[in-house]
Design a protein around this ligand. Structure first.
Ligand code: GLV
Ligand code: MN
Length: 196
């Protein structure tokens, strides 16, 4: 989904102050080394000791500047028993999920509100069309992990719960109460769990 590159590579210079555009400016080619094309970020299991029992380790251009202009990136998703990578969407990419370990329920919801879901095991793939809400849950008896791949260097994440109940400034109570057909008290209760 990203634009086509206009050169072999354009290793991102992430800290050129004041420079912005569609992507990142390139590091001088004479300063580029093989290490700009290597990332060890996904080599460790993420810490899943949190209320969701999950951790997504992002391998996008922000942690791996060599991806700049290449239109691809990967994440690592680690799930504790029952762990959930909660409903979210990526505005700039389709996603492939490769289950590496365990049994994972993978699902997305279409714009017609149809849920497409399947439990997958190691080596199995699932594709999530661009922009659609999706989630993964470990439904097996041991730890699980997956690798996800994207056709964008920076797919972006919209977390359904956090974008609605954790926005700063807050979305007004009466908006969420009416949207979800619940009392304002419930809105406050849910919001208190998303840090705002
Ligand atoms: C999983 O859905 C991910 O975005 O890495
Ligand atoms: Mn995703």
């Amino acid at each position: 989904a990203d634009p086509e590159p206009l050169q072999d590579f354009c290793v991102a210079d992430l800290n050129k102050p004041g420079q912005s555009g569609n992507g990142f400016p390139c590091k001088l080619v004479s300063n580029v080394t093989v290490d700009d094309f290597v990332s060890k970020r996904l080599s460790h299991r993420g810490n899943t000791s949190n209320p969701l029992g999950s951790k997504v380790t992002a391998g996008n251009v922000l942690s791996f500047p060599g991806l700049n202009t290449l239109g691809i990136s990967m994440n690592r998703v680690d799930l504790d028993i029952g762990g959930l990578n909660p409903p979210h969407s990526h505005p700039r990419a389709s996603e492939m999920v490769l289950v590496v370990k365990g049994q994972i329920l993978v699902a997305f919801v279409s714009t017609s509100n149809v849920l497409y879901s399947k439990v997958l095991g190691p080596g199995e793939l699932f594709v999530i069309p661009r922009g659609l809400v999706h989630f993964q849950q470990n439904v097996g008896k041991g730890k699980a992990s997956a690798v996800t791949a994207f056709n964008s260097q920076l797919p972006g994440v919209v977390l359904a719960s956090t974008s609605l109940f954790g926005a700063q400034p807050s979305i007004p109570d009466q908006v969420l109460a009416k949207a979800f057909r619940i009392d304002r008290g419930f809105v406050k209760e849910i919001r208190s769990k998303f840090g705002s």
